[in-house]
Design a protein around this ligand. Structure first.
Ligand SMILES: *Cc1c(COP(=O)(O)O)cnc(C)c1O
Length: 429
């Protein structure tokens, strides 16, 4: 191992604390130190190259080191890196808000509140939904959220989540939540229970952290109708699904749904910088006008960071110049074919779940039963895949394949071949 790799790993071991990580175990292994990226490829400090099969935790859209994105950030850097959005406007935020609203039909989502990451985009929607009711002297304070949903890690956002291993430590401190499994459960709620509900929150089309599980087709449109019938707001968490992942710019467009709040983050800046946006309607916004006690007292120091806004604008420009969404359709079809070949070749591939260019490959024993959790098969297969040049992560025993949208047909094949080789290494022929 090179001296500098050794030095970085030692400092990590001595001083760093990683997200969602059992540190005791982490410190027993040498992590890869990622030093460079180009397109869908990443290099570690030892000079090895890997395909970024997880889009750097679901953020990267157009590839790394993209000339347009790099230039946009450099140009902004030559002006100013950060200025306060509290008390001042700035060019890139004005342009970006206008551009984001322009992606939706006129008179629908027309206001943008910027924040820093997925969790704060959710936090912001939740706070708006609650204060909307307060401002209008309406009594609703409860949220409906779906079982196994994931909405981030700040206290409010985490309490909406339904994945036990992430939320068991926080749910009792958080929001008032009614948890449902599916549309049918909503239909059985009593009028009294519904009368307490301010908003429903959902990850549209596909639940990410819940091992990449798509919803039944038509469900989102049905949920929108249910919300309209009962005067309940709809919050869409498109933190993962936004910016092309599911095949359209936003997942909600697949079922012609306009939410009352739309939360965007991960892919907003093309995966370059931490930045988020909560979009809402003129109707909601209007409830915050008037007396000072109606104003939305919420924000963060880096709200609407100009570098982030510049990156987001450049990313939207790339969607046009590279015709990203048009180019995506054949890639999605190719991914489907490659994954069905994978599934046919290896009996341990129990199920492949795909939505757009997002896939979950669930591994089970050949008799269809789950592997014991302690065997951590998903992790083992991903470790083996890295030896074949693919970086990705499992969710339990589901291997995620979610490359940047800029991935080529050959690179898609490389990625699925690496998963095949990894499954072969772990289970034999
Ligand atoms: C990642 C994610 C979040 C949280 O975003 P952070 O940027 O990690 O705070 C929220 N919702 C969904 C659906 C996500 O995938």
């Amino acid at each position: 191992m090179r001296d500098d790799s050794r030095r970085w790993i030692e400092a990590d071991r001595s001083h760093c604390w990683h997200p969602f990580t059992r540190q005791s175990e982490w410190c027993r292994k040498d992590p890869l130190v990622i030093v460079r990226g180009e397109g869908v490829w990443l290099w570690d400090s030892e000079g090895n190259r890997y395909l970024d099969g997880n889009s750097s935790i679901w953020t990267n859209v157009h590839g790394h080191h993209h000339p347009t994105l790099d230039a946009a950030i450099r140009a902004q850097l030559d002006q100013v890196a950060h200025t306060s959005y509290l008390g001042f406007a700035h060019p890139r935020a004005s342009e970006l808000a206008e551009r984001l609203c322009g992606l939706f039909p006129e008179g629908t989502l027309e206001r943008v509140f910027f924040s820093d990451d997925g969790s704060t985009a959710i936090e912001c929607a939740v706070r708006m939904a609650l204060q909307y009711r307060l401002n209008r002297r309406e009594p609703q304070t409860r949220f409906i959220a779906f079982e196994n949903g994931y909405h981030g890690d700040t206290l409010g956002a985490a309490s909406l989540g339904g994945v036990g291993r992430f939320t068991s430590t926080v749910s009792r401190f958080g929001l008032e939540v009614t948890r449902v499994a599916a549309m049918e459960d909503l239909e059985t709620l009593s009028p009294g229970a519904i009368a307490e509900v301010a908003a429903v929150i959902i990850e549209p089309l596909i639940q990410g952290v819940n091992e990449m599980r798509p919803w039944p087709s038509g469900m989102l449109a049905e949920l929108r109708r249910w919300c309209d019938r009962h005067g309940v707001h709809l919050i869409l968490d498109e933190v993962m699904t936004g910016f092309g992942r599911t095949g359209t710019m936003f997942a909600c467009q697949r079922e012609d749904v306009i939410p009352d709040f739309l939360c965007l983050a991960k892919g907003l800046t093309g995966g370059y910088l931490p930045m988020a946006a909560t979009l809402t309607t003129g109707r909601i916004y209007d409830a915050f006008l008037g007396g000072t006690d109606l104003a939305f007292y919420y924000g963060h120091s880096y709200t609407a960071n100009p570098l982030g806004c510049a990156a987001a604008l450049a990313s939207l420009e790339i969607f046009e110049t590279e015709r990203t969404l048009e180019a995506l359709q054949p890639k999605i079809a190719r991914m489907t074919d490659l994954l069905s070949e994978l599934s046919a070749s290896y009996p341990e591939v129990h199920e492949v779940r795909q939505c757009g260019l997002v896939a979950g490959i669930e591994l089970r024993r050949t008799d269809g039963s789950k592997f014991p959790a302690a065997e951590r098969i998903g992790e083992e297969v991903c470790l083996a895949a890295s030896k074949h040049g693919l970086l990705t992560r499992p969710i339990l025993d589901t291997v995620v394949l979610m490359p940047p949208l800029s991935v080529s047909m050959d690179e898609l094949e490389f990625a699925t071949n690496a998963i095949g080789a990894a499954v072969h290494d772990c289970f034999g022929a």
